[in-house]
Design a protein around this ligand. Structure first.
Ligand SMILES: Nc1nc2c(c(=O)[nH]1)N[C@H]1C(S)=C(S)[C@@H](COP(=O)(O)OP(=O)(O)OC[C@H]3O[C@@H](n4cnc5c(=O)[nH]c(N)nc54)[C@H](O)[C@@H]3O)O[C@H]1N2
Ligand SMILES: Nc1nc2c(c(=O)[nH]1)N[C@H]1C(S)=C(S)[C@@H](COP(=O)(O)OP(=O)(O)OC[C@H]3O[C@@H](n4cnc5c(=O)[nH]c(N)nc54)[C@H](O)[C@@H]3O)O[C@H]1N2
Ligand SMILES: [Mo]
Length: 767
């Protein structure tokens, strides 16, 4: 039975405890931690139904990350953080009607993300009229009527933007982008703009496809796996099992990170005896504690060593046949890297020459190399160029398109990759738009739309007046919190399609709507019977996902139903789409996906095959590179490192072990030794001494900028931590107040939230 708001215990930062960071991840504590909250919140029945169905062949896809499911699934194919994500969604705690009368919007705005999320599931549409400070329950018809009138009243379709967060299913994503394009705009910003956009951009330009060139099985075949700018122990915990298997099959593992993250160093597999009582598996053979933003220099240095080795022993080091047949740009790259000087590399990376030599030697020794990466690489000014250097290094020795080798961006949101495949992008290529237009008898707009950063700019400047979000929490997730808030408030209406309350419901346009939706754990019953949806993981495997528990409230609509009903209010007759039919039977949507999306032919059949299917991928399958010349391109990238004036640090923002993006599950960061609070800044002991600070003291973090705008985080506790010197770390999303909107990765426009130049100023303890 649904229950009402539990008492939510807010953290009192005075209680914050700092312990020793852990050197290993998971093990028995991981399992215990994963079960406790679930049983407490959902009771045994709902816990069993949800957790046992997680990532099983006939269950639902875990929404905690985009890590693939191995073929040999175990009964418990989930991790501690997956269990938290499921519990958070499947909780029977709900927000009841009187909540909206009890709380003004301004009051809710003062609440923490933690408190907001803990209020329980949203169960009915609510509307905030202009000039009022409260939401009030409305019927679904009223809600769609309000939004329909706003959209229909715009002078141009480009005055609206339609955001997507990466949990949305392929079916919902496909009809959402169809609706948006039938409405007449390509303003389809998404969370990927803030995430792996740099990967898509760099890989698209070099190998012709912005997706991983490996399958799950390649990990166990690799001889060397380099993990850059990624914290799998917290963010992709099931990846540790793949790494353990690779290790047992003889692979070497190298971690490149400013922080010695627990999961990179050692793994205690909770599903194995030695993981439970023993020491576990040592994962990283080498840990390069790189300076924030130093990866581009490191990669160039390794490639240079590879080319030097070839010069010493011509014909023996490079994969000449591959380079000649499939690549271009080698001579330019050679000429460029000749000019690379060691001093620049050592200053940028903070590493010793012998450490770089050691990694180069490992790379040269291995015939099959995988490089994986995540936000520590993409969210930098030079993110795109750095990923192009990853591709350079891999191409030199033919490490793309053969077993056990490849480039592997590890995606974050569970279906962020699928959403892109389905057309959620402000700049889908003409071939896709042609197919879409032909299938639905309309002419899709061709001009590129606004991405996430550009949407904030245009809302701020008054060009975008209606903001609709299919999931997510853009105001908290995007950079420059104050600018983002001002942008949202400058719109006519903000509309959030959500499962739970978050910051974006409290920073609104003049009017606002919240449309509650079902989650992935829930049974989606429509006129033709229970529906399933489909998702794509980080290695291009597509499979079905079907909810197992009753929806938490009878009035909830699925995302598909909500999109169909908005479309019926606004674009009925503008295309041949059968909006009423889509909602009744998702097979009809999949039938259209078959005709429009390359690689998805016979979608309804393929998705019903045991385990789903894998999308085609030229570079991976046949060393076919869909670039303009048909060749993979080695690129020349001008090296630029982050200059750090004396007295400043380079600050990066990370996820704690108790959060999913802007959703805060709790206040502990177990592996980093932090308990009962989040207001900390991790600084190395050398920097603490050099800056005249002390461990445990309170500081304000000031961004150092040329634009003279004051951007400050107040009252954080300094935690002495083994991070690379000259660098600091604090938590996302709080750190977004420090990141200027225009501070983005060149090319991809991804906020450069992993490198902010800051000063720490001593301040009094919080009272
Ligand atoms: N439990 C849980 N799972 C999640 C998420 C979550 O919030 N919680 N989020 C999901 C999403 S959307 C995403 S995108 C992924 C994110 O997964 P990650 O990218 O692992 O997430 P972050 O916490 O941002 O970690 C960034 C890592 O990069 C390192 N780093 C920072 N700067 C640099 C640098 O300049 N160079 C190098 N080499 N390393 C650097 C940091 O120390 C940190 O280890 O996780 C997904 N999975
Ligand atoms: N400083 C800094 N900023 C960052 C990052 C960083 O590392 N540092 N990381 C960036 C990254 S990688 C990402 S992906 C973005 C994340 O940006 P978003 O994807 O916008 O944010 P989330 O926190 O994942 O969104 C959570 C909300 O989604 C809603 N939700 C959850 N499940 C569902 C569902 O099934 N359906 C619907 N409709 N809604 C649902 C809930 O209301 C929940 O509050 O943030 C980016 N911002
Ligand atoms: Mo992400």
């Amino acid at each position: 039975m649904p229950r009402k708001n539990p008492d939510v215990e807010e953290a009192d930062e005075k209680d914050l405890e700092v312990g020793k960071p852990k050197e290993w991840a998971a093990g028995i504590p991981g399992v215990l931690h994963s079960m406790q909250p679930a049983i407490k919140h959902m009771g045994l029945g709902r816990t069993e139904k949800t957790l046992l169905a997680l990532n099983q062949k006939h269950g639902f896809d875990c929404m905690s990350c985009a890590w693939p499911d191995p073929d040999h699934r175990k009964t418990f194919e989930f991790c501690e953080n997956g269990a938290k994500a499921v519990t958070w969604e499947a909780t029977p705690v709900v927000i009841e009607s009187d909540f909206w009368a009890e709380h003004t919007v301004s009051e809710l705005r003062q609440r923490t993300e933690y408190w907001l999320g803990m209020q329980g599931r949203l169960t009915e549409p609510v509307y905030k009229p202009a000039g009022e400070d409260r939401y009030r329950p409305v019927s679904w018809d009223e809600a769609f009527g309000i939004l329909g009138r706003k959209l229909n009243g715009l002078a141009s379709p480009d005055e609206a933007a339609f955001y997507t967060s990466g949990r949305t299913s392929n079916e919902a994503a496909f009809i959402y982008q169809l609706f948006v394009r039938a409405f007449g705009t390509n303003n389809l910003p998404d969370c990927s703009n803030m995430c792996h956009e740099s990967s898509g951009w760099a890989m698209g330009q070099t190998i012709g496809i912005g997706k991983a060139t490996i399958t799950y099985d390649d990990f166990a075949k690799a001889q060397l796996i380099i993990i850059m700018g990624q914290n799998p122990g917290t963010n992709h915990p099931r990846m540790l099992t793949a790494l353990e298997e690779a290790k047992e099959a003889g692979a070497e593992i190298v971690a490149v990170n400013p922080l010695p993250e627990a999961g990179l160093l050692r793994y205690k597999n909770p599903q194995k005896v030695k993981g439970i009582i023993g020491h576990g598996t040592d994962l990283a053979d080498q840990f390069l504690q790189i300076r924030v933003g130093g990866d581009m220099a490191l990669l160039q240095a390794i490639s240079k060593r590879v080319l030097d080795a070839e010069a010493k022993n011509p014909g023996t080091v490079l994969d000449h046949q591959f380079l000649e047949e499939h690549c271009e740009g080698l001579d330019d790259l050679k000429a460029h890297l000749e000019g690379l000087d060691d001093e620049t590399v050592l200053a940028a990376t903070g590493l010793r020459s012998d450490e770089i030599d050691e990694l180069a030697a490992r790379y040269l020794k291995a015939d099959r190399v995988i490089i994986t990466w995540a936000m520590g690489i993409t969210q930098h000014k030079k993110g795109v160029a750095t990923i192009k250097e990853i591709i350079n290094l891999l191409l030199l020795r033919g490490n793309i398109g053969k077993p056990g080798a490849g480039a592997s961006p590890i995606r974050g949101h569970s279906n962020v990759q699928g959403d892109r495949t389905m057309g959620i992008w402000e700049q889908m290529p003409p071939a896709f738009l042609d197919a879409l237009g032909k299938e639905f008898s309309f002419d899709p707009p061709r001009e590129h739309g606004a991405d996430a950063v550009e949407t904030i700019r245009r809302m701020r400047d008054g060009g975008i007046k209606v903001f609709v979000a299919l999931g997510g929490n853009l105001v908290a997730a995007i950079s420059d919190t104050h600018a983002a808030e001002a942008a949202m408030e400058n719109t006519d209406i903000t509309v959030q399609i959500s499962t739970k309350l978050n910051r974006s419901h409290t920073v609104t346009g003049r009017e606002a709507l919240i449309l509650p939706t079902m989650g992935r754990t829930e049974i989606d019953l429509q006129e033709s019977g229970p529906q399933f949806v489909s998702v794509e993981d980080t290695v291009c495997a597509v499979h079905p996902s079907a909810g197992r528990v009753q929806p938490v409230a009878p009035n909830l609509l699925s995302e598909v139903a909500i999109v169909c009903r908005i479309a019926r209010e606004t674009v009925a007759g503008k295309s041949s789409a059968d909006w009423a039919g889509f909602e009744k039977n998702y097979d009809l949507i999949r039938e259209h996906i078959s005709h429009v999306v390359a690689g998805c032919e016979n979608y309804n059949d393929k998705i019903r095959q045991e385990g789903g299917f894998v999308l085609p991928n030229g570079p991976r399958d046949s060393r076919t590179f869909p670039t303009p010349t048909g060749k993979a391109i080695l690129t020349v990238n001008h090296l630029e490192s982050i200059e750090r004036p004396a007295g400043t640090l380079i600050l990066q923002s990370v996820r704690s072990h108790d959060q999913f993006n802007t959703t805060i599950y709790g206040h502990n960061d177990r592996y980093r030794g932090i308990k009962k609070g989040r207001d900390v800044v991790f600084v190395s002991p050398e920097d603490i001494a050099e800056l005249g600070l002390s461990d445990g003291q309170f500081v304000d973090i000031h961004g150092v900028y040329e634009d003279n705008v004051e951007r400050v985080m107040r009252k954080l506790r300094v935690v002495s931590y083994p991070t690379a010197s000259g660098c600091a770390a604090t938590y996302y999303p709080e750190a977004n107040v420090l990141v200027p909107l225009d501070s983005v990765a060149e090319g991809s426009n991804t906020p450069a939230s992993k490198a902010v130049l800051v000063r720490l100023e001593p301040t009094a303890e919080p009272v």
